[in-house]
Design a protein around this ligand. Sequence first.
Ligand SMILES: NC(=O)c1ccc[n+]([C@@H]2O[C@H](COP(=O)([O-])OP(=O)(O)OC[C@H]3O[C@@H](n4cnc5c(N)ncnc54)[C@H](OP(=O)(O)O)[C@@H]3O)[C@@H](O)[C@H]2O)c1
Length: 230
Amino acid sequence: MKKLVLITGASGGIGKLLLEEFVGKGFNVNGTYHNTLPPEKYKDYYTKVDVLDSDTVQSWIKDHADAAKEIVLINCAGIAYNAIAHKTDINKWRKVIEVNLIGTFNVISHALPYMRENKYGRIVNFSSVTGQKGVPGTSSYAASKSGLWGMTKAIAIENATKNITINNINLGYMNIGMIEMVPKDIQEIIKASIPVKTFGDPENIKRTVNYLIDSDYITGTSIDLNGGLL
Ligand SMILES: NC(=O)c1ccc[n+]([C@@H]2O[C@H](COP(=O)([O-])OP(=O)(O)OC[C@H]3O[C@@H](n4cnc5c(N)ncnc54)[C@H](OP(=O)(O)O)[C@@H]3O)[C@@H](O)[C@H]2O)c1
């Protein structure tokens, strides 16, 4: 039976890239969008879901997972808010934690019962170098992304005997998605700070996700994909 690949945030740069990758591989795939309409060509592979809405998340997963044996969950849904700490809007700060951390947990917790029942699961989350390095203006984003590391370790241990793995990819600055919101002059400054001197080719993301899916022995950890930026 074909693997089921569920992808949150599949209307964004990385999620869409991965949706196309796994459709191309012939897997059963469904991705979520929230505000951005999915591309016409792939619209049948999409469902509108807010990762914070527990009922919608639950029915999205049930609709696809009921008939599946091997489920892969890739959590790409995320938002950023840039503000230095003493000039922060607390509601915007909190929203980042809600979407990136609580939203990711919400989706995982609804997918786990199916994975446990099937004794197979692969969960991949996207974290960030900002949580490792300290980048001004990213306190909410960095907190949300570093929260994923502890969450991942706990869930990995809880499910280790069920052939379920969960890991993070700690991205540096990739040539896709969120980076497009950063002004060009700032992009050049960031590039100069990266040891390999370029933004990451998105092909690296596909390779790393495939690697984590193929392994049954990497769990509770993170892979740094950042061009040496630490
Ligand atoms: N690109 C990078 O260099 C980079 C670096 C480090 C980490 N990351 C992480 O990698 C992941 C993907 O990044 P990206 O660059 O592809 O970002 P992106 O292009 O901004 O896409 C973000 C996705 O999240 C979805 N989303 C936002 N709020 C949501 C909600 N409440 N419910 C459901 N979906 C929601 C968006 O949906 P709509 O647009 O439909 O609203 C969109 O599909 C994110 O977690 C990001 O933090 C990216």
